[in-house]
Design a binder for this molecule. Structure first.
Ligand SMILES: [Zn+2]
Length: 356
């Protein structure tokens, strides 16, 4: 079956996880709790072709016609992703997008990078991720990177202890709606209670759970089935200082019209484009993406679609490449999470800032 030539509305997809949360997702999406819902549905996996690493598998998104997105992609990868994407990146989107509602503080954890995942986990992707903060309780906090250099032995001792020392070793960052933070693979991090984010990441569920005991996680799950010492080699134990943190932080809410929500350091992994129509209509180019209406309401139309779609905060639309260009109007702000751009013939290293 060919990919649709218009946007596709996505229903929620909330696998059960080991930590609490989920109320903010239901409120944002404007829906009642479906049958079987409980207080451990803190993530809504949007347009997912990724399985959970543990916790019963699952995670794949379904389309309104009942097929999984993964199966639909196989039938028409060029239509969904665009021929250029398929040539450059293959027949998978290469991203995982989620809504995440931290009903309690998440454990301190980190994610392997591509090199580590390829060497030890038989996986081409690591997990660099980014948090696009949509809501936060007053004083809400996230933690990112070590405050001081740690030796491997010191890290191993903190992990062995499973006490409060791990969190205390990280940089705390106050967050509010409008913030956007890139979390490079290897950097230890935690999201605090009361933070609600749109998250974009490389398409894996590979986490090294440095803190695991208080969440009741098995060591095999916590360390990806690897020996602990091996798993800890994936953690960046160097100081993440203020300058480095600033390089990872942006304010998506300050984008007027069309622009990136994220630090340009995200570009090699994924994109998150803001389409803010408060000052007039904005357009985005054709391509696979997960467009989340994060503020206001308005309309979305596509180049090859039939109708204008009314959108309001909390709506989630999948944009197939075959739909062509997308136009947002009427005051709505969308953030469209997309795969990394396809390199063009003109983007030689001399074009990069800093090399001129
Ligand atoms: Zn993470």
């Amino acid at each position: 079956m060919s990919a649709p030539t218009d946007v596709v509305a996505l229903a929620i997809n909330t696998p059960r996880r080991f930590y609490r949360g989920g109320e903010r997702i239901l409120a944002f999406r404007g829906i009642d709790a479906p049958a079987g819902h409980d207080d451990h549905r803190p993530e809504d996996w949007l347009a997912s072709t990724t399985h959970l690493f543990a916790e019963g598998g699952g995670g794949l998104s379904a389309l309104p016609d009942g097929r999984t997105l993964a199966a639909a992609l196989e039938e028409d990868p060029n239509g969904w992703l665009g021929a250029d994407h398929v040539t450059a990146h293959g027949t998978e989107p290469g991203i995982l997008t989620k809504l995440l509602d931290a009903g309690e503080r998440l454990p301190v954890h980190s994610h392997p990078d591509r090199a580590f995942a390829a060497a030890h986990l038989d996986c081409a992707h690591g997990k660099t991720e980014a948090w696009i903060v949509l809501g936060a309780e007053p004083g809400a906090t996230v933690w990112l990177g070590f405050r001081d250099d740690l030796t491997k032995e010191a890290l191993a001792a903190l992990v062995d202890d499973q006490g409060d020392g791990l969190l205390a070793a990280l940089n705390p960052l106050r967050v509010e709606a409008g913030d956007a933070i890139l979390v490079p693979a290897g950097q230890p991090h935690a999201i605090g209670e009361g933070v609600f984010v749109l998250e974009i990441q490389e398409p894996t569920d590979l986490s090294v759970m440095l803190e695991h005991a208080r969440f009741g996680l098995e060591e095999a799950h916590a360390f990806l089935g690897l020996p602990v010492e091996r798993a800890l080699e994936s953690v960046d134990t160097r100081t993440l200082d203020g300058e480095a943190r600033a390089d990872l932080q942006r304010r998506w809410v300050d984008v007027r019209g069309h622009g990136s929500a994220l630090s340009e350091r995200a570009d090699e992994f994924f994109r998150a484009e803001v389409l803010a129509s408060a000052d007039g209509a904005v357009e985005g180019d054709a391509g696979f993406g997960v467009a989340v209406c994060v503020a206001g309401s308005g309309t979305v139309t596509t180049e090859h679609g039939e109708a204008a779609h009314r959108v309001t905060r909390g709506d989630v639309l999948l944009t197939p490449h075959a739909a062509g260009r997308i136009r947002v109007d009427g005051g709505a702000t969308l953030i469209r999470c997309r795969p990394a751009a396809v390199p063009t013939a003109t983007s030689t290293p001399t074009d990069l800032p800093g090399n001129t």
